[in-house]
Design a protein around this ligand. Structure first.
Ligand SMILES: NC(=O)C1=CN([C@@H]2O[C@H](COP(=O)(O)OP(=O)(O)OC[C@H]3O[C@@H](n4cnc5c(N)ncnc54)[C@H](OP(=O)(O)O)[C@@H]3O)[C@@H](O)[C@H]2O)C=CC1
Ligand SMILES: Nc1nc(=O)c2c([nH]1)NC[C@@H]1CN(c3ccc(C(=O)N[C@@H](CCC(=O)O)C(=O)O)cc3)C=[N+]21
Length: 281
């Protein structure tokens, strides 16, 4: 049976460190500040935004929340971002995705100052990540890397298979694993024989968004499985992208859903905001 990689516990440990560091900064008159911008009424986004605010309050980070109507224009949003870029109380800016369709997401992400890009989505930060000199690292991939480190997984020479090539998870996590000297295979919906690719992996990172599509039987005996997927099935139940019960029979370590990567994402957002405030000192 696999060791369960407890994202909640790792997140709690890091949050305690962030909290202590924020208290030290406060003595010097600095309070890290995060602006969270939500456009529209997407129920999942609302839940995430309120989780982010609570997490900030818990560690002593100032959070300023902007809830804009679903019909907000791109110009209005860009005006707000410009204001936040110039606000000295704010060290991190997060625009919750997805945005309503009248708004060009790329234009918005590029308008955020790269020095306040707590999500790490600005092309400047994406480029820095690709050349191995990150300023801000995107929160979910950053969280995955911290979990691997905390689990004692050394990626040097390992075969890592990432399933999913989104700009927010799959692509950046692949580059981060490459930076740690893994041999990385990046799979997607056009990949042929996914089962065989996954079967080669010492470490599988699943970020697909399809409930339990990675079958337990595909996992190599002793592999480490990181499941980024968060899929709601029915009213209440959350499942990952990996067939958890079967995969944990074969894996040496596996992340659960919930309680795996999810809590790490928000923790790394706090970390990014703290690091940004320290850089601005
Ligand atoms: N825990 C957390 O903090 C976070 C969790 N998530 C979760 O992670 C999952 C992925 O999110 P995200 O990256 O934004 O998703 P996207 O929908 O942006 O990307 C999904 C990727 O999976 C690929 N894909 C889809 N179907 C298949 C298939 N049958 N076989 C192989 N590849 C496939 C797509 O391929 P193609 O490019 O060819 O279309 C695409 O690259 C979701 O469940 C999401 O909720 C996301 C962000 C944070
Ligand atoms: N600009 C932007 N940045 C993001 O980082 C971002 C985003 N937009 N849009 C949506 C995705 C998704 N995301 C998650 C955050 C926390 C959990 C999380 O904490 N999940 C809990 C369960 C939460 C629940 O019960 O719903 C867990 O897995 O244990 C999941 C997913 C951040 N995202």
């Amino acid at each position: 049976m696999a060791k369960i990689i407890d994202g909640k516990a790792i997140a709690a440990k890091i949050r305690a460190e962030i909290s202590a560091e924020a208290a030290r900064l406060k003595e010097r008159g600095i309070v890290p500040g995060l602006a969270v911008v939500l456009v529209g009424e997407d129920p999942a986004s609302k839940v995430y935004v309120s989780m982010k605010e609570k997490a900030c309050a818990d560690v002593g980070i100032f959070s300023d929340e902007y809830k804009l109507a679903a019909e907000t224009s791109e110009e209005e949003l860009l005006t707000l971002i410009d204001k936040l870029n110039n606000d000295p109380k704010i060290h991190g800016i997060l625009v919750q995705l997805p945005l309503p369709k009248q708004i060009n997401t790329e234009r918005v992400l590029e308008a955020i100052s790269p020095e306040k890009d707590a999500d790490g989505f600005h092309p400047y930060n994406v480029g820095r990540l690709v050349i191995g000199k990150p300023l801000f690292q995107p929160c979910t991939p950053y969280g995955v890397m911290v979990m691997l480190k905390e689990t004692g997984v050394d990626l040097t020479g390992k075969e890592v298979v990432v399933v999913g090539r989104s700009n927010i998870v799959g692509k950046p996590v692949a580059f981060m694993c490459l930076q740690q000297n893994a041999t990385v295979t990046l799979c997607h919906s056009k990949t042929r024989d996914l089962a065989a690719k996954v079967g080669q992996a010492d470490v599988v990172i699943a970020a697909v968004g399809v409930p339990e599509m990675i079958k337990g039987a595909w996992i190599k005996e002793g592999a480490v499985v990181i499941d980024v997927g968060v899929n709601r099935v029915g009213e209440k139940k959350l499942v990952g992208d990996v067939e958890y019960a079967a995969a944990s029979e074969r894996a040496s370590a596996i992340t659960p859903v919930p309680g795996g990567v999810g809590p790490m994402t928000i923790t790394m957002l706090l970390q990014n905001t703290l690091e940004s405030a320290k850089r601005g000192m």
